[in-house]
Design a protein around this ligand. Structure first.
Ligand SMILES: [Zn+2]
Length: 480
């Protein structure tokens, strides 16, 4: 019998915070650098050293918790999570167990044409581990591995969602929303490709209409939104096939293989008691002043949802445009800067969603690498609106601005692109075209409207496309 199944997904997202120094020592957190140069006795885990907690980490974690509508704990502590792993020299990770800094929050995603609230179970602070560099592309076939401890002790928050997500699309929408909130908060550089945003997905299936949870697997190693979506789709399909054949899903950790497009078994899943958590005796518990939390709350920037609503309400943007524009803080800031100088918000959003995002995607660039100053884009849109250049020219000038960062005026004068809107200059060309095309002129006069298009085309040809088409039409009609 074919049963209907429902996919249940919860996400655990690790976020590297962009503090200047590590969580328990003063080593730099900067990405990259020669292996094992950003290290000291504390983050190397040498005997006899003591961790000193970086309070900036607490501030960033609380900001994230507030933005995710969490309760902030008044009392919190650090615990040791014991396990052996070659990139974790102390053999334990300092993390938080039963008293995390934030709990019981939520965020909202767009799903099925409406909004859906996804619960946030907890947000806790911990230290990152180092990185293993394998001798070949696969851990299985490598003859050796090297360890780089520059990343050990970089501060992380782990954001754990409730199992409220029901599809790969929802998982992706949640991750995108979370990334955008963290970007607005400026607590992380949220670069998935550099590992500053990492995602594990817990996936299980249950018969549709039931409440209990099926056996889950944890899928790791997705480093883009697309691979998250593909991995969850694959894993749900794999589990459905097992269940439909009457088999049992086993609880395990699986790794997403991007190249082959499959998940593969890594290890059977540990339980919390396998880690032998206990309070870290080297770090004093954290007592939170509610006044300080209130101050942080007041300092939060306008977040994506609020900003989207403002663009719809005050600028008259369609919902769709507003959600694309506010999906990234950099893009939203840019939009505001352009719209402040060129007061046609819909035109601005069309250019950003169309031309700008297209060129950024094609060149693999981030919004912040965009060379076009907001004032220059506003100037270009004004030139187009005034008829000084045609829409087609504006796009060509825009591409040149994108490539060089030059102002539109410079590009137009360098390339001789300005539209001919001078009546005197155009009238002479129009007269010449009328004199040289007696056939089409006679056709037009006998009522064949189509002939007008031909004559306009001839004028455009004479002027290499630079004539103002509206003016050409007007001049031709006056003369015929
Ligand atoms: Zn250090």
């Amino acid at each position: 019998m074919n049963r209907q199944y429902e996919t249940v997904i919860g996400l655990e997202i690790h976020v590297e915070l962009k503090t200047i120094t590590k969580i328990f020592c003063s080593c730099p957190t900067a990405f990259g650098g020669e292996a094992n140069t950003h290290v000291c006795p504390v983050c190397l885990g040498l005997p006899g050293v003591l961790p000193v907690f970086n309070e900036k980490v607490l501030e960033f974690a609380v900001k994230a918790g507030l933005a995710l509508n969490c309760e902030i704990a008044s009392f919190s502590k650090f615990d040791r999570k014991n396990y052996y792993y070659p990139d974790l020299p102390k053999n334990y990770q300092i993390s938080q167990y039963d008293l995390p800094i934030c709990r019981n929050g939520f965020l909202e995603i767009n799903s099925g044409g409406g909004t859906k609230r996804i619960g946030i179970t907890r947000v806790h602070m911990e230290e990152d581990a180092g990185k293993l560099l394998h001798g070949s592309s696969s851990i299985v076939t490598s003859g050796y591995s090297l360890v780089d401890l520059n990343r050990t002790g970089v501060p992380l928050i782990e954001i754990v969602s409730e199992p409220d997500l029901r599809s790969a699309e929802e998982a992706r929408a949640y991750m995108e929303k979370l990334r955008s909130i963290l970007e607005y908060l400026d607590v992380s550089d949220v670069k998935m490709e550099q590992g500053s945003l990492r995602c594990d997905a817990n996936v299980s299936l249950r018969p549709l209409g039931t409440e209990g949870l099926g056996t889950k697997t944890e899928v790791k190693n997705m480093n883009s939104f697309r691979s998250l979506q593909r991995a969850v789709e694959y894993e749900a399909k794999r589990q459905r096939e097992i269940l439909e054949e009457g088999g049992r899903v086993i609880q395990e950790t699986r790794s997403w293989d991007e190249e082959r497009g499959v998940t593969v078994s890594l290890r059977s899943k540990e339980e919390a008691h396998d880690y032998r958590y206990f309070p870290d005796p080297d770090l004093v518990p954290i007592v939170i002043d509610p006044g300080w939390v209130a101050k942080l709350k007041a300092s939060l920037p306008e977040l994506p949802d609020a900003r989207k609503e403002r663009l719809v309400r005050e600028m008259g943007l369609p919902e769709y445009d507003a959600s694309i524009i506010t999906g990234s803080r950099d893009l939203a800031d840019y939009f505001d800067a352009v719209a402040a100088e060129f007061n046609e918000p819909k035109t601005v959003s069309n250019w950003l969603m169309g031309e700008l995002l297209r060129l950024l995607n094609a060149s693999g660039m981030e919004m912040r690498e965009n060379k076009i100053a907001p004032a220059d884009l506003a100037a270009l849109l004004k030139l187009q609106a005034s008829g000084a250049i045609s829409g087609k020219m504006a796009k060509a000038v825009f591409e040149e601005m994108f490539a060089t960062g030059k102002s539109p005026e410079t590009i137009i004068s360098e390339q001789g692109l300005a539209q001919i809107s001078d009546e005197g200059a155009l009238a002479a060309i129009v007269d010449k075209v009328i004199a040289g095309n007696p056939g089409p002129v006679a056709d037009y006069k006998s009522g064949k409207e189509k002939a007008m298009g031909f004559l306009v085309g001839q004028v455009m040809k004479e002027t290499k496309g630079q004539a103002n088409p509206g003016l050409v039409n007007k001049l031709l009609k006056e003369r015929l």
